[in-house]
Design a protein around this ligand. Structure first.
Ligand code: SAM
Length: 340
C-alpha cells in the first residue's frame, strides 16, 4: 500500500488524479489520506499529493512504547547501516494538541530505546529538510488514532529516486517565507519551489521573469544578485525598475524569446492553463533555460486533467521535474525543475 497525503481542500482532486494515472489501482480515502494499492511509484507525478508514504504498513500499537518499538522494527535491517536517516511522525486525527503530544512522547520513548539498544541508529538519525541525497533514508509514521496508524520506511537511495513524490519536509508542508518589503506575497511561491527543488537563484545568474509585475519574483532574484529580464505589460514597483540589474521589457510573455539560454525561467503569468503548459514545453524543447519555476493557474476545478500532457511530455526533457500544488498556491500548481 502507498499513502498519499493532500491538503484537505484538494482531497477529491488527488483521488481523481490518482484514478486517472493508475486506472487499475484501488484507491480509498481516510482521514485526509489516499490509500492506494497496485500503484507503480516510479515515474508517477501527482500534483495534489503533498507527501507520499511508500509501502506503508498498517500499525496497531497499544502504547507509546509499542509505537517506538514498531518504528525501530520498521527501520532495523531496512536502512543501510551508518548512513543518515530522518524520521517524520505526525497525528492525522482530531484537532489540537493531543495527537501532537502523543507523537512527542513516542519520539522521547524512541530516543531512550535507541540510546540503550541501538546507538548506531541514534547517531545516524538527522534532523534536516534538505532535499534527499542518495545516502539518506526516510521513516514516516502517521497516527490515525492514538493506537492505530501507518509506518513507511524508504531506504536510500530510493527516497532520492522518488523525490518528485516524497517531500523532504514533514507532511510535505513548507513554512511560508516572510518578507514585508516584497511587492506582494506571491514571492512565497517562488521561495517554496526553490526549497522543494533544493536549488535557488544565485548571484550572477540570469533570470527571465514572465508576467513579472508588480515584481515580487524579480525582487527575490535581484536580492540574490541575479540579472533579471522582467517581461510584463505593466511596470514593476518603482525601486525595482531603477535597479541596474533589472531590464524591463513591455512585451507579450508568450512571444518573448531570450537571445541566449538563461539560468532561470520563472513565470507567474495569468493565463489559461493550456497556454502556460505550452509555453513551458516550448521553452524546454528549445532549451532556452537551465532551471524553471512556472505557475499553472486554473479557473474552477474542471481542467486539472490538462496536467496529464505536461506529466507525459516534460520529464523526458528534464534532468529533474516536479509538479506540485505548493502550500503557497491557491487554485494553481507549480512546475519546477532542471533542464537536461
Ligand atoms: C500574478 S501576476 C504576477 C505576480 C508576480 N509574479 C509577482 O510576484 O509580483 C501576473 C502578471 O501577468 C501579467 N500578464 C498577463 N498576461 C500577460 C502577457 N500575455 N504578457 C505579459 N504579461 C502578462 C499581468 O500583467 C500580471 O502582472
Amino acid at each position: 500500500m502507498h499513502l498519499f497525503l493532500t491538503d484537505p481542500d484538494t482531497a477529491t482532486f488527488l483521488t481523481d488524479e490518482l484514478r486517472r494515472a493508475t486506472p487499475h489501482s484501488s484507491v480509498r480515502e481516510i482521514e485526509g489520506l489516499d490509500i492506494a494499492s497496485d500503484v507503480k511509484l516510479d515515474g508517477l507525478l501527482l500534483a495534489f499529493a503533498r507527501q507520499t508514504l511508500p509501502d506503508a504498513v498498517e500499525i496497531q500499537a497499544a502504547s507509546i512504547n509499542a509505537w517506538a518499538d514498531r518504528i525501530i522494527d520498521a527501520v532495523v535491517g531496512v536502512f543501510p547501516d551508518d548512513q543518515p536517516w530522518r524520521l517524520h511522525l505526525w497525528p492525522q486525527y482530531g484537532e489540537g494538541k493531543a495527537g501532537r503530544h502523543r507523537c512527542e512522547l513516542i519520539l522521547t520513548s524512541l530516543m531512550e530505546r535507541l540510546k540503550k539498544r541501538r546507538r548506531h541508529l541514534l547517531r545516524s538519525l538527522i534532523d534536516s529538510d534538505a532535499v534527499f541525497d542518495v545516502q539518506t533514508s526516510l521513516a514516516q509514521g502517521v497516527l490515525t488514532s492514538p493506537e492505530t496508524g501507518w509506518l513507511s520506511a524508504t531506504p536510500a537511495p530510493r527516497a532520492h529516486a522518488l523525490r518528485s513524490l516524497i517531500s523532504s519536509f514533514p507532511r510535505g508542508e513548507v513554512p511560508l517565507a516572510d518578507d514585508k518589503s516584497a511587492p506582494s506575497r506571491a514571492f512565497t511561491k517562488l521561495v517554496e519551489a526553490e526549497q522543494r527543488l533544493g536549488r535557488r537563484i544565485e548571484r550572477g545568474e540570469t533570470c527571465v521573469d514572465l508576467g513579472a509585475s508588480p515584481g515580487s519574483w524579480s525582487y527575490v532574484a535581484l536580492n540574490r544578485g541575479a540579472h533579471v529580464t522582467a517581461v510584463d505589460r505593466s511596470e514593476l514597483r518603482e525601486d525595482l525598475m531603477r535597479n541596474p540589474r533589472l531590464r524591463f521589457e513591455s512585451a507579450d510573455a508568450f512571444k518573448y524569446q531570450p537571445p541566449q539560454t538563461v539560468d532561470w525561467l520563472v513565470c507567474d503569468v495569468i493565463a489559461a492553463p493550456q497556454r502556460s503548459i505550452d509555453l513551458l514545453l516550448e521553452w524546454l524543447r528549445e532549451k532556452r533555460m537551465r532551471n524553471f519555476i512556472v505557475t499553472i493557474k486554473f479557473k474552477g476545478h474542471d481542467e486539472y486533467a490538462l496536467l496529464d500532457m505536461l506529466k507525459c511530455d516534460a520529464p523526458p526533457l528534464c534532468a529533474e521535474f516536479h509538479l506540485t500544488r505548493l502550500c503557497a498556491n491557491k487554485n494553481e500548481v507549480c512546475a519546477f525543475g532542471v533542464v537536461k
